[in-house]
Design a protein around this ligand. Structure first.
Ligand code: SG4
Ligand code: ZN
Length: 254
């Protein structure tokens, strides 16, 4: 019976009704990251080296709108970027990046206007396999700060022209375009927080190594207005903060 296999419809304004682990799990995301509670991993027990980004400079990506976010995904068959190092064991293949407004994570109780998530899957696994194991996915989160002034539109310069084509979810995917994904990372030395959590949308599987960058990057007010105009079924697309419970947040030494 086909309808049984369909994912239940969900909205950001009715999060208490989300299915799956969403209201049952104890390792959920996003969380408020308390910087004073983050453990600096001096003995490299969890963070064993720097993050290594391979092949992020020139990637063919197409934009789409799934009714919950705008997303840029890799073109099938193209060489995919590979993330390794930091808290990760082995390689993770880049799948897509997408945006949340406002940010999902908070730092010392403070939220940013926008957060990008770069979703990676443990290399060699299918999505179904990855969603069934604790180390299946790795997501990098980067915050945006609104800034008026020279250069504040640089990070998103390549993807902004694609946004008019994906304002609502009934539009088709955009044509692919070559994108430098490293523009979404700060130039400053990488310092980040990492913890084990979940997808922030149903079914909220607890399979994500979260790597949340400490330093925000910039977005111009004009660019930000394009996000808030996008139809994602409501005015915002962030999940509410979840309890940290007994989880440890580690902090990298930049
Ligand atoms: C967004 O809705 C993405 O478009 C989803 O990707 C993504 O799910 C979901 O958010 C959860 O990702 O980094 N916020 S998050 O935890 O990547 C997955 C797709 O629909 C599995 C492919
Ligand atoms: Zn996300």
């Amino acid at each position: 019976v086909p309808y049984l296999t369909l994912q239940a419809e969900w909205t950001y304004s009715h999060q208490s009704a989300w299915p799956g682990k969403c209201n049952a799990g104890v390792g959920q995301s996003p969380i408020n990251i308390m910087t004073q509670d983050a453990i600096v991993d001096k003995h490299h027990a969890h963070i064993r080296g720097p993050l290594v980004f391979r092949g992020y400079n020139d990637v063919s990506l197409y934009g789409s709108n799934n009714g919950h976010t705008v997303k840029w995904s890799g073109v099938a068959g193209g060489p995919a970027p590979i993330l390794s190092g930091g808290p990760l064991r082995g390689n993770y293949t880049f799948l897509q990046f997408h945006f949340h407004w406002l940010s999902e994570h908070a730092i010392d109780g403070m939220k940013y206007p926008l957060e990008v998530h770069m979703v990676h899957i443990k290399t060699g696994l299918s999505l179904d396999e990855a969603l069934a194991r604790a180390d299946g996915l790795a997501v990098i989160g980067v915050f945006f700060m609104m800034h008026r002034g020279y250069g504040s539109d640089r990070a998103l310069e390549e993807i902004i022209p694609m946004m008019p084509y994906i304002v609502d979810s009934s539009q088709n995917n955009t044509e692919p375009r070559r994108i430098d994904i490293t523009r979404l990372l700060s130039n400053e030395p990488q310092s980040y927080y990492t913890y084990h959590g979940s997808l922030t949308t149903p079914m909220c599987q607890e399979v994500v190594t979260w790597i949340v960058m400490d330093k925000p990057i910039f977005i111009s007010p004009e660019q930000y207005a394009l996000f808030t105009k996008t139809d994602v079924g409501g005015d915002y697309n962030y999940r509410s903060l979840q309890p940290r419970n007994n989880r440890v947040v580690y902090r990298s030494i930049a």
